[in-house]
Design a protein around this ligand. Sequence first.
Ligand SMILES: *[C@@H]1O[C@H](CO)[C@@H](O)[C@H](O)[C@H]1NC(C)=O
Ligand SMILES: *[C@@H]1O[C@H](CO)[C@@H](O)[C@H](O)[C@H]1NC(C)=O
Ligand SMILES: *[C@@H]1O[C@H](CO)[C@@H](O)[C@H](O)[C@H]1NC(C)=O
Length: 395
Amino acid sequence: MSLVRMTVFCKDSTVRRNKKLFILILIGFVVYLVYRIARNPLHGYIRNIDRSLIDGHEISYFREKMVNNATFFSHIMSHQDFLHPDSKSAMEIYLRKQSQSFVFDLKDLVTDVGFNIEDDVIVYLHIQKTSGTSFNHHLVEDLELDKPCDCPHDVITNPCYCFTRKNTIWLFSWFTTGWPCGLHADWTELHECIDGALDQIEKQHRKRRYFYITILRDPVDRYLSEWRHLFDGQHWRDALLRCEGQRPSLFDLRPCFREKTWEGVSFEEFMECQDNLATNRMTRMLADLTKSKCYHKRGIKEKDRRIIMLESAKEDLRKMVFFGLTEDYNHSKALFEHAFGLKFKKGLNVSKLEPEEKFYLNEIQFREMLRYVELDVQLYLYAKNLFMQRSKQIQ
Ligand SMILES: *[C@@H]1O[C@H](CO)[C@@H](O)[C@H](O)[C@H]1NC(C)=O
Ligand SMILES: *[C@@H]1O[C@H](CO)[C@@H](O)[C@H](O)[C@H]1NC(C)=O
Ligand SMILES: *[C@@H]1O[C@H](CO)[C@@H](O)[C@H](O)[C@H]1NC(C)=O
């Protein structure tokens, strides 16, 4: 009898203890949630909705107004809170179409490296929505080579390993090798993986000189174009995003959508996704992410991460003997030919770019968008100036 009472008592007390524990966990969880929300200045809900501003304009309307109307410019900028200390002044230069000069070492301007096609490798870091596919077509189809690439018509689904006479690979790109380092592999992923990937394709181990190249595009056009791409139901969810050999955890990088695609996503929803990889994509993909704790959210302040990431992207860009600009294929062509001592058979031609005029934004959307390209705007100003100085150097 007493034994039964004893067990009942014991059960009772465990239930009570469990309840306490449950409440404690619940409180902890709520505190954690509040902390996360408060700590996150990028929680991009559109504020102060003013219905009179909902009607959209083409992006060119804003570009012009930014240049011509100082009141409007101040109005847009007064609502901005950027995380990087230099973003505000960079944004002014970018939006008001001023120019900015940077000081470069001569070694960053002299890009003729004595490329040897049989031993060296050009690594094309393909950043999404920069006209990179057009450029890739030019690389495999239009260069004058001793041994042309001989790609099948549909290179997109058939990698066409461009071998040299020595059976080495001189071009690492989507069309020639596919994505052995992951879909649209970035600087960090490529550096960790490329030796092994090429050893495997060439079936030999050897020392190679790698020359990274890329194409950059106006950050606002690129961001809008990426939204459009997702809106149309396409995506790059299979990207591996490896850094120090690891893929980001779900805690560090939450997916923007759980369905198969993000088709029909509104521009607001696109911007509000906290871990959207479209945000400052060019900077992230060019930076050595191991310098800023990879994708880990803990252990680094968001502001510090941005400063380190941008510096790293600039440094990596300087080290590239060639990078092109979507907006200036003519000079891009000349710079490529100079750097590698190769010639294109014809002028380069950007095709299939989304015309920016397709997008209609209202003032709030335009204003909000600037926060998601703050680093890319800085990187782009820097790249444009370096591009111009390099072009002058080869004239
Ligand atoms: C400049 O912009 C302000 C704020 O949007 C607007 O009130 C004003 O009419 C504009 N001025 C001109 C000349 O367009
Ligand atoms: C680029 O070069 C082509 C000829 O190759 C020329 O027709 C075109 O006008 C040039 N574009 C610019 C923007 O200079
Ligand atoms: C540029 O590309 C478009 C579409 O691919 C093509 O119709 C046009 O002829 C090309 N122009 C040149 C100069 O190659």
